[in-house]
Design a protein around this ligand. Structure first.
Ligand SMILES: Nc1ncnc2c1ncn2[C@@H]1O[C@H](COP(=O)(O)OP(=O)(O)OP(=O)(O)O)[C@@H](O)[C@H]1O
Ligand SMILES: [Mg+2]
Length: 238
């Protein structure tokens, strides 16, 4: 469970203070699928970095599964990230000239998994995202949607409870974006993963069960979406 109370992230820029987060409070239960929306500069990526233990708040409280993250040192934070969190980014962030399989094996290598087990788990993750037949392709030999699937497989391979995706469909055309939302929905439904995604696109957000809106670092609305769009429904029929 993710629990944030009055989160602050203040950057001191010379004489100016930038309040990237300004008192955000919320709870996200295990297994929820949530989107975070808000204008550019409203603090979405900052919030994702804190949720994902990549960065610490300058004020307020953040509890991840009951553990106060601000009390952890760098080594403990890295351990929590590796075990609990999978990250997905707008630009995929895959290693070029490195096969899909090797990209997906990388987090396992960091976790100390080797040999046949590493390869088998990476294969399974690639099959999970529908790319069992593209394991030896390099990123440049894959479409944008396929590259994002490789990135999702890489995020999944350690079986983290939480997937954090910052604009995962932002670099994709709308049809491919919907396919990626379909994949997130099935991961959420079948594996019970908590999925938190940032998007500018209200149509993408409506695929999730809850929509949190940020403005100037604060939450301005937090609403249940009782009838999430099922991925695959054509946009014209909404
Ligand atoms: N390292 C930093 N140093 C100083 N200011 C920063 C830093 N990182 C972010 N900011 C500022 O914090 C605010 C929030 O940034 P953030 O990247 O979280 O916005 P965002 O909502 O993700 O925007 P976008 O939709 O454009 O990605 C912005 O005003 C930004 O300029
Ligand atoms: Mg951002």
């Amino acid at each position: 469970m993710i629990h944030a109370e009055e989160l602050m992230k203040v950057y001191q820029m010379g004489d100016n203070e930038v309040r990237a987060l300004d008192g955000a409070s919320f709870t996200i239960e295990k297994g929820e699928m949530v989107s975070i929306m808000g204008p550019s500069g409203s603090g979405k990526s900052t919030l994702m970095s804190i949720i994902g233990c990549l960065d610490a708040p300058t004020g307020g409280k953040y509890l991840l599964d009951g553990v106060a993250v601000e009390n952890l040192d760098e080594t403990q934070l890295a351990e929590v990230r590796g075990r609990k969190i999978g990250f997905i980014f707008q630009q995929f962030n895959l290693l070029a000239r490195t096969s899909a399989l090797e990209n997906v094996m990388l987090p396992l290598t960091y976790a100390g998994v080797t040999g046949k087990e590493r390869e088998a788990r990476a294969m399974k993750a690639l099959e999970r995202v529908g790319l069992g037949d593209r394991t030896h392709h390099a990123p440049s030999e894959l479409s944008g949607g396929q590259q994002q699937r490789v990135a999702i497989a890489r995020a999944l391979v350690n079986e983290p409870a939480i997937l954090l995706a910052d604009e995962p469909t932002g670099a994709l055309d709308s049809k491919t974006g919907v396919e990626i939302m379909d994949l997130f929905q099935s991961l959420h439904r079948e594996s019970g993963q908590t999925v938190i995604l940032v998007t500018h696109d209200a149509y993408v957000a409506r695929h999730t069960e809850r929509i949190i809106r940020l403005s100037d670092g604060a939450i301005v609305s937090d609403e249940a979406n009782l009838n999430p769009i099922k991925a695959g429904t054509p946009r014209a029929e909404e």
